[in-house]
Every structure is written in structure tokens, then in C-alpha cells.
Design a protein around this ligand. Structure first.
Ligand code: GLY
Ligand code: MN
Length: 462
């Protein structure tokens, strides 16, 4: 945890924004995998972590804005529990570390909320993404579970998003701690990737590195020679000479801050000429996009810049034809780049997505473009100093998509399908870094991970 002052200040700022009513935060519960006592690793809710820092299950908290009162609710362990868990600090001790002196048993929460309702005061709570907590809110507020989402507080969501979006020095340093782990994961994967090795050996080694360094994965590892599948979580392929593997992986520190890095690795240590050509285009798009990062720029325009660089490069190889701006306007590039350029990062690898992606990446005037490719852009709005974002362009040859577009003759004035056919089994290339928006521009966070063709080849064959 950070020092208590950090959480006190975060809550003070939140209260200032909410102005009236009562704010309810639910921490997460343990979540069973296949029977109650066999649980997934516990992950605290990120907003609960942000405002209270307490990383243990079955807690709730209220911030009574009208009365300037904060209470943590939870039940201390019984001796029967301690037999299995070992001794744990009691709730009052834990809460002091978050700067809160008032605690109560969970059974008191219901009556505290009932009183608030009777007083005609607002209860603010965030969007829920776990069924257990949706049910709890339904019970606590006596509303049907199916309508809980109708009662979430937009005021609270907007205030939390505004606050969590701007990272403090301490948070940036935690993200860089996660990136130190990413450096070890990525370089180990480059060194280990060899013909005759299974993807799972690399994925497993990377997970071992994260755990040995006191972290855990910030999301399920994507490590695949089928990098054209954007979120490929299977690791069953045997890698062969000539393959390239997309390694999109990340760590989370013990405080919950994430890293998210992608490198594309030649399995035999050297890229082929064709792989170099595609890689160079993606790297150019990534570098130009990162170079455009600064406060006041809309990220959707940086996404467009990346699309334009990708399309120009693909035109150079004869895969795209015609006027590049017109091709991008028509969406021709989305045959090769089907997703968005990046997302916010912090306590969640896709930061705050649980609160609603549009609250995080869009505004009342910057609305999501529903077109294919564009609709997957998670972040479109103006950048602000203190945002941490990913910049992750790619080129993906997805045989099923190529087949579909070709059958429909889609964008055929901009796409040379005869040439595309020759790349059908290419796979994919993605390159991703985590970038801080600074007052004047940007800073790529973390230790430099091999990225140029020469750097990657040197690490891969070393
Ligand atoms: N690293 C996976 C993603 O950004 O979706
Ligand atoms: Mn990412």
C-alpha cells in the first residue's frame, strides 16, 4: 500500500466532486474456480484499491459526503478461519493504514444504507462487473439484480475516471516496476524462442518470471505464432524455423499496477526479408504515433496517423493501392489493422474498462465511430498530461477475414487481393509500448526493451 495520506487525499478529492449523498464501494469476494474452497487468485476491485488500498476479500466501504464520514465494513476472522488462513491483522488495524478509523461488521452495512434511503439521500455506486457484487447491491438496496445497472451513478463514474486517469509520480513508478518485470519476460522469451520449442514453454517461463519477482500476470499471456489472432490465449503450437511469435504480455505489481508490452520475435533468431518489411512498417507506425503523443491531441487522430502510416507502407509493398487518405477513409486498412491503437493503463491493464469503456475513452462530443476497426478503438479523446496509455499498432493477415472481404470484393479499388493472397499465411506483427503523456509530449516508460530489427535479432539469437 501507499502511505495513508495518499488514500485520504484521493477520497478528499472524490468527496469534493460528488458534493452530496453517500458513496458505496464494494470490494471483491473470493471467486471459486470449481468448488468453493478452490478459488481463483484473489484480485481486489481496482477502484477499491485506489481509494482504500486494502487488498483483501469481502470488504465494503462508504464515504458519507454529507456527514464527512468514512467507514470500512468487514468481518474479522474467527479462530476457525485462522486455522486455514493463518493470523491476519484485524479490520481496525487494516483500516488505519488507509487513514480510516471507523469500522463495522458487514451486517451493519444494510441498515446504514436503509437509513440513507429513508433520509431521501442519494447512494452513489459504480458499474459492477462481477455477478456476486451485482447481487449484493440488489440485496442491499432492495432492487432487482437485472436493474442494478440502471442505478449506477454517472456522476461517480465520471469523477472516478477523471481522478484515476491522471497518474501520480508514485503510480508511474509502480507502472515502471511492472515494466521492469516485462523487460525480463520479453527478453527471456526472445532468448528462449527456438525451432522445436512449444509456445507453452515460453508462456510458462514468462509466468514463472513474473511470480518469482513478486508480481502476477496483468492479463492472460498472448504468445503465439498465430499472432494474426488478436487475443490468442492458446499456447499449443510447436514453433518452427521461419515462424514469428507475437508476445503480448504484462505483469502486475503487488500494488496492482500493470504493464502491457508486445514484441514480435523471429523464432529462428532472424527475420525473413518479408517479415522485415512488414515489421518495419509496424515499427514506423508505432514510432510516428508515439512521437505524436502530447496533451491536447485527440488519440483518435493518432490512431488515424498510425493507420495512414500502415496503409502507406502496405502500398509500398503493393498490398494497398490508390490514394492513401481515401483508402483510410474507406477503411481499407482495417483488412490489416482491425483494432484500436491503444488504451489507458494503470490499476487495470485496460484501465477502468469495468466502469464503461466510453466513459474512459470518449466524451459527450467525441463519440465512438461504429465502423469496422474504428469501433474497437478504446481511447479516442484528447490526451492529458498524466495519462498512461499503450501504443500498439499491428499488421494482421487473418485468412477468414481476407476470404470474406475478397468474396464481397470489399474495397477492391484500394486492395490488391492477388498480392494479399501471397501473405495469407504470414501471421501478424504487433509492437506495443506503455507511454506517459507529459506536460510537453511523452515519455516511453520502463527500461528499453529490444525493438528495432537489429536489437530483436541480437537478443533472439544471443
Ligand atoms: N494486451 C492485450 C490488450 O491490450 O488487449
Ligand atoms: Mn495493450
Amino acid at each position: 500500500m501507499f502511505a495513508a495520506d495518499v488514500y485520504i487525499e484521493r477520497r478528499r478529492r472524490l468527496k469534493e466532486q460528488i458534493q452530496s449523498g453517500l458513496i458505496l464501494f464494494l470490494g471483491n469476494e473470493e471467486s471459486p474456480m470449481n468448488y468453493p474452497d478452490n478459488q481463483y487468485p484473489f484480485r481486489q476491485d481496482s477502484s477499491f484499491l485506489y481509494f482504500f488500498g486494502l487488498d483483501c476479500p469481502s470488504l465494503a466501504a462508504i464515504i458519507d459526503v454529507d456527514r464527512d464520514k468514512e467507514v470500512i465494513f468487514g468481518d474479522d476472522l474467527t479462530v476457525d478461519d485462522i486455522i486455514w488462513t493463518g493470523p491476519q491483522p484485524v479490520l481496525s488495524e487494516r483500516s488505519e493504514t488507509a487513514g480510516i478509523s471507523e469500522t463495522a461488521g458487514l451486517e451493519i452495512l444494510q441498515s446504514a444504507l436503509e437509513q440513507t434511503v429513508q433520509q431521501g439521500r442519494d447512494i452513489h455506486f459504480l458499474s459492477q462487473y462481477r455477478a456476486r457484487n451485482t447481487l449484493k447491491i440488489a440485496e442491499l438496496l432492495d432492487i432487482p439484480p437485472s436493474s442494478v445497472h440502471e442505478h449506477v451513478s454517472e456522476t461517480l463514474i465520471r469523477a472516478v475516471v477523471a481522478q484515476r486517469s491522471i497518474k501520480s509520480e508514485q503510480e508511474i513508478s509502480e507502472i515502471e516496476n511492472a515494466l521492469d518485470i516485462s523487460y525480463e519476460m520479453q527478453t527471456a522469451a526472445m532468448k528462449m524462442s527456438k525451432p522445436g520449442i512449444y509456445e507453452r514453454q515460453i508462456a510458462g517461463a514468462m509466468e514463472g518470471i513474473v511470480l518469482s519477482l513478486g508480481g502476477r500476470l496483468s492479463f492472460p499471456t498472448i504468445f503465439s505464432i498465430h499472432g494474426e489472432t488478436l487475443h490468442n490465449h492458446s499456447h499449443g503450437n510447436l514453433m518452427k524455423a521461419g515462424d514469428i511469435a507475437v508476445n503480448d504480455s504484462g505483469a502486475e505489481t503487488s500494488l496492482g499496477y500493470a504493464s502491457d508490452i508486445t514484441r514480435t520475435v523471429p523464432v529462428s533468431g532472424k527475420f525473413t526479408q518479408r517479415q522485415k518489411e512488414i515489421y518495419t512498417i509496424v515499427l514506423d507506425a508505432q514510432e510516428q504515433a508515439i512521437g505524436a503523443v502530447k496533451p491536447g491531441v485527440e488519440f483518435r487522430n493518432i490512431h488515424r496517423l498510425a493507420c495512414t502510416v500502415l496503409a502507406s507502407g502496405l502500398k509500398g509493398l503493393g498490398l494497398i493501392k490508390g490514394d492513401i487518405d481515401e483508402a483510410v477513409n474507406a477503411g481499407a486498412h482495417t483488412l490489416f489493422f482491425q483494432c484500436g491503437l491503444g488504451h489507458m493503463m494503470g490499476l487495470d491493464v485496460h484501465d477502468m474498462e469495468g466502469l464503461g469503456e466510453d466513459y474512459v475513452g470518449y466524451t459527450d462530443t467525441i463519440r465512438r465511430n461504429p465502423g469496422f476497426g474504428w469501433r474497437s478503438l478504446r481511447l479516442a479523446k484528447e490526451l492529458e498530461a498524466g495519462f498512461v496509455i499503450t501504443v500498439e499498432p499491428g499488421i494482421y493477415f487473418i485468412p477468414e477475414l481476407i476470404k470474406r472481404w475478397k468474396a464481397e470484393n470489399k474495397n477492391s479499388q484500394y486492395i490488391n487481393y492477388d498480392m494479399v493472397k501471397k501473405y495469407e499465411n504470414f501471421g501478424g506483427v504487433r509492437i506495443e509500448d506503455d507511454v506517459l503523456v507529459t506536460e510537453n509530449g511523452y515519455r516511453v516508460l520502463g527500461k528499453k526493451i529490444p525493438k528495432t530489427i537489429d536489437e530483436v535479432e541480437e537478443m533472439s539469437s544471443g
